[in-house]
Write a protein that binds this ligand. Structure first.
Ligand SMILES: [Zn+2]
Ligand SMILES: [Zn+2]
Ligand SMILES: [Zn+2]
Ligand SMILES: [Zn+2]
Ligand SMILES: [Zn+2]
Ligand SMILES: [Zn+2]
Ligand SMILES: [Zn+2]
Ligand SMILES: [Zn+2]
Length: 243
């Protein structure tokens, strides 16, 4: 029983109501802090006030109390889902509202960056990235809106792209074949190239990292340039390479 507790019974002795002086013998009465009173006066002068509905909790109502607060048993419900908490675990939260454990867990759970709903631990798989969290199905590509889930992705600022959208949107495009360069490649005259596109025009060997010569926008390896392209010396018949 709480500090404002009282007992209700039927009076067998010759007592009068402390407030209105009506005889109590044979009637229902309330005893609180050593005083006896009728049910009406109890409700008027002594009853605890329900924390929820702010009405007095009369002798005929079932009263619940927690931390010096009182409720009609019918008023003791979850603030969020309105479930009766009379026989349920509960939490006292902001503004003295009582919450059921489900609603408490939902409220305190991290929020999905996609749907803004709470992510309850252990319910559905989720994706975490830099302290942000998504339901797996809410983690989608900014471009094509397909679910990325636990697949590979590319972050760009606040956006996330699936592999293929990232390729098309952001990857460098080869100066020769115009296809995206997903890995490797090289830069020549500030243009990106696939390694396999940057080749000798004659023997098709890759020229990345090797010496080569350009003649009218064509690339030649040293051997091909000497053998086929360079002008031959009229005197000694050797190629004039300038290299
Ligand atoms: Zn009375
Ligand atoms: Zn109430
Ligand atoms: Zn609830
Ligand atoms: Zn979500
Ligand atoms: Zn995409
Ligand atoms: Zn290419
Ligand atoms: Zn060659
Ligand atoms: Zn010569």
């Amino acid at each position: 029983a709480g500090p404002g507790s009282y007992t209700v019974g039927t009076m067998s002795e010759r007592f009068d109501c402390h407030y209105c002086r009506d005889p109590l013998q044979g009637k229902k009465y309330v005893q609180k802090e050593g005083r006896h009173c009728c049910v009406k006066c109890f409700e008027k002068f002594c009853a605890n006030t329900c924390a929820e509905c702010k009405k007095p909790i009369g002798a005929d109502s079932k009263e619940l109390h927690f931390k010096n607060r009182y409720w009609h048993d019918n008023c003791f419900r979850c603030f969020k889902c309105y479930t009766s908490l009379v026989n349920e675990p509960f939490m006292l939260r902001e503004n003295n509202k009582v919450w059921c454990s489900n609603c408490t867990a939902a409220e305190d759970a991290p929020r999905c960056k996609g749907c803004f709903k709470p992510i309850i631990a252990g319910t559905v798989p989720n994706v975490e990235y830099k302290k942000m969290v998504w339901h797996k199905d809410c983690f989608t590509c900014s471009q094509c809106k397909q679910v990325i889930g636990s697949g590979s992705f590319f972050p760009k600022g606040d956006e996330f792209y699936c592999v293929s959208c990232h390729e098309h949107k952001f990857a460098k495009t080869c100066a020769k074949c115009k296809n995206p360069i997903t890995s490797g490649g090289l830069t020549y005259q500030e243009q990106p190239w696939h390694s396999e596109c940057f080749i000798c025009s004659n023997c098709k060997k890759q020229l990345g990292g090797k010496r080569f010569t350009t003649v009218e926008d064509q690339f030649y390896c040293v051997e091909c340039y000497k053998g086929c392209v360079a002008k031959k010396c009229a005197g000694c018949k050797n190629p004039i390479t300038g290299m």
